[in-house]
Design a protein around this ligand. Structure first.
Ligand code: 5GP
Ligand code: MN
Length: 326
């Protein structure tokens, strides 16, 4: 790990103009990693573009500095980048159009997904609970000074990817990093309020409809449901602000695997999977061309028949479950 980290530091020290890119359908860890690395590299005098080639969901957009520091794809087309650093993305398709620039520009991949395809010139892929923990290590090696803004930005990813320190990826390094960042002024209360205590009422109304169409399989160990564009329209929710209820499904007593099918564009579904204790959902995601972690994974798929897509996915899960039974 230290050697790869040193190589990345060497690459950064050599150049001035850097793109930091996150993944499409950004989550808290992703925007935190892009934001933290962008702000840190600026602090040490680099010319940086933090980019995500997708819309930022409303619940993250309001977070300090995100609107200012994370730009859309347009900002990189004429930028004379000498280095691209991809964070929290496991494969090229996850970074959208920014991948086109990998042909001409040196690249570094920093990621914590076991399903990573090593698509950069230098790849640091490690088993951390959050990509934001890896950014913290890189920043420390770059001797970046942390203030409360940088600490808060960095904390966001660690808090969200560990489900606020509840998931099994919450190891001792998480608490050590959090303690360090809180000492630097990181505001954990601000993050919990913005993420957990800020749900639009419409989302809760939608949740009722989502529960109405929920189904259970295999003696109630698999729970799944969907959100279609029509369901979103009923409550005037934009697709980019579509809430994720997959955690709620997993929280049901006896459920091991939870799956949600969310329509993002007409006929295009994002499938989110979570497991509680033993089932490896990343294996199922990879079968369908996606990726992720053993307890949280996903993929996107076009389909003009949602029921068919649901059956296909649930059958694949059942098939894998049966192989555990043997
Ligand atoms: P979510 O269900 O919240 O979208 O994603 C859960 C995990 O799976 C995240 O770590 C995310 O990066 C990963 N993931 C979700 N969708 C995809 C996908 O289409 N491709 C890949 N490679 N990973 C995905
Ligand atoms: Mn992550």
């Amino acid at each position: 790990m230290v050697r790869t980290l040193e190589a990345i530091v060497g690459e950064i020290k050599k150049v001035k103009n850097i793109i930091v890119v996150g993944h499409v359908m950004p989550d808290g860890d992703d925007v935190s990693s892009v934001l933290t690395l962008t702000m840190a590299l600026e602090k040490i005098g680099k010319n940086v573009r933090g980019v995500i080639d997708d819309q930022i969901p409303g619940y993250l957009e309001e977070f300090p500095f995100i609107k200012d520091k994370i730009k859309s794809y347009d900002c990189v087309s004429k930028f004379p980048a000498e280095l691209i650093i991809s964070v929290d993305a496991s494969s090229p398709d996850r970074i959208g159009r920014v991948y086109d620039h990998f042909k001409f520009t040196r690249s570094v991949v920093i990621d914590h997904h076991a399903t990573n395809t090593y698509f950069g010139n230098i790849n640091w892929v490690d088993k951390f609970g959050a990509a934001a923990q890896m950014i913290l290590r890189l920043n420390k090696m770059l001797e970046v000074e942390y203030d409360e803004d940088l600490a808060t930005a960095n904390l966001l990813g660690i808090a969200t990817d560990t489900g606020f320190f509840r998931y099994s990826n919450t190891d001792s390094t998480v608490f050590e990093d959090v303690a360090w960042l809180v000492k630097k002024g990181g505001k954990i209360g601000l993050i919990s309020n913005m993420i957990l205590e800020n749900r639009p009422l419409e989302n809760l109304k939608l949740y009722k409809d989502f529960l109405d169409v929920m189904k259970l399989e295999r003696e109630n160990t698999i729970a799944y449901s969907h959100i279609t564009l029509d369901m979103l329209k009923k409550y005037n929710i934009a697709p980019k602000d579509s809430p994720s209820f997959v955690g709620e499904l997993r929280s049901i007593k006896g459920v091991e695997v939870a799956v949600t099918f969310t329509e993002g564009e007409p006929g295009l579904y994002h499938v989110s999977m979570r497991s509680k204790e033993w089932f490896d959902v990343s294996k199922v995601a990879v079968t369908f061309g996606g990726g992720g972690h053993p307890r949280a994974a996903g993929f996107s798929k076009k389909s003009d028949n949602l029921a068919e897509l649901e059956n296909e996915t649930i059958n694949e899960i059942i098939k894998l479950m049966e192989s555990y039974d043997k």
